[in-house]
Design a protein around this ligand. Structure first.
Ligand SMILES: [Zn+2]
Length: 80
């Protein structure tokens, strides 16, 4: 499991464009180590080729999910 400091560095690399292999989370727009905490449930439909053809996501309402392990793009501002 990654330490938060490492994740912070990873997030900085991702948002600065240094790390192109790990895009930010498509659901919350942030970087986090585990499954997206914003997602309440997700259903994916995959076709014969293993391609996702449908993705249905339900999110927790604002204020009802934990943000503290997520880094967003604005972390760059804090380091100026
Ligand atoms: Zn997420």
């Amino acid at each position: 499991m990654q330490a938060p400091g490492h994740l912070r560095e990873q997030a900085r690399a991702i948002f600065s464009g240094e790390d192109k292999e790990h895009p930010p989370c498509q659901d919350c727009g942030g970087v986090h180590a585990r499954a997206c905490p914003r997602i309440r449930s997700v259903h994916t439909m995959i076709n014969d080729q293993g391609i996702v053809v449908s993705r249905e996501v339900t999110y927790w309402p604002p204020g009802q999910w934990e943000h503290h392990c997520i880094f967003w793009d604005d972390i760059n501002d804090a380091d100026d």
